[in-house]
Design a protein around this ligand. Structure first.
Ligand SMILES: [Zn+2]
Ligand SMILES: [Zn+2]
Length: 235
């Protein structure tokens, strides 16, 4: 089946995202926009995933648990998982490898954790946008070992992106799917190319129409489709 997706959305946990990006608001907006599946991928943290998945169940929108990891090379790497537990474990592993520097909310923004009712119940003290002590290969390995898939984010964008930083596609890492920023998929890439919003504001969440072919609107099926990449599409 073809499902409408937006697989890169930041919640209010990311300092750069608007405080109105609470999980319930995001999922509600996705429902209004007619999306079948979304992914919440905060910078190097997963604290708001449990409530996002609860909201997803309530609204009937599939929420794929994810995270946007900043590698040692300063490359943004989206990681998606079939289950909440796997994503939370990835969050713990990334946290262990992150430089501990206190966030200055007045400079970088708030890092808000919300409870089941979408109310603020805490904040993350250490700044989440810093790089982790894991290179791209290690991030790919951790994601895969937990049952997930790594998808380089906005590979053609200026900062924090794979192509400008590495200058080429790494050949030693399996990358069936990549995310491209505001560009039509290039067939020469021979990879599945995702277009997502990287939304930091509610209004930036995609309209329906960005489709992914997968077996069902479930986190498991979405991860499978991303793992299969272009190969899965042509079968
Ligand atoms: Zn990014
Ligand atoms: Zn992002």
């Amino acid at each position: 089946m073809r499902i409408s997706v937006d697989l890169h959305i930041h919640s209010c946990l990311s300092p750069c995202a608007d405080d109105s990006m609470t999980p319930w608001n995001i999922v509600g907006m996705a429902k209004l926009k007619g999306l079948d599946a979304i992914a919440i991928c905060d910078h190097n943290a997963t604290h708001n995933l449990p409530v996002a998945m609860k909201a997803g169940q309530e609204y009937g929108v599939c929420v794929v648990p994810g995270i946007e990891v900043t590698s040692k090379e300063d490359i943004h790497l989206l990681c998606y998982f079939p289950t909440l537990e796997q994503a939370m474990e990835m969050g713990r592993r990334v946290n262990e490898k992150q430089l501990k520097v206190k966030n200055k909310p007045s400079v970088f923004g708030n890092q808000i954790i919300v409870d089941d009712d979408d109310e603020e119940c805490g904040t993350v003290e250490n700044l989440l946008i810093l790089a982790c002590d894991m290179d791209i290969e290690e991030v790919a390995f951790e994601a895969k070992s937990l049952g997930g898939v790594m998808v380089p984010a906005h590979i053609n964008k200026g900062a924090n992106s794979l192509l400008p930083i590495l200058g080429m596609m790494p050949e030693n890492i399996e990358l069936p799917t990549v995310e491209i920023y505001k560009m039509r998929p290039h067939s020469a890439l021979s990879k599945l190319c995702l277009t997502s919003s990287d939304a930091h504001f509610l209004e930036d969440i995609l309209e329906e129409g960005h489709v992914l072919e997968c077996e069902s609107a479930s986190a498991d099926a979405v991860v499978k489709a991303l793992l299969e990449g272009e190969r899965g599409k042509s079968e």
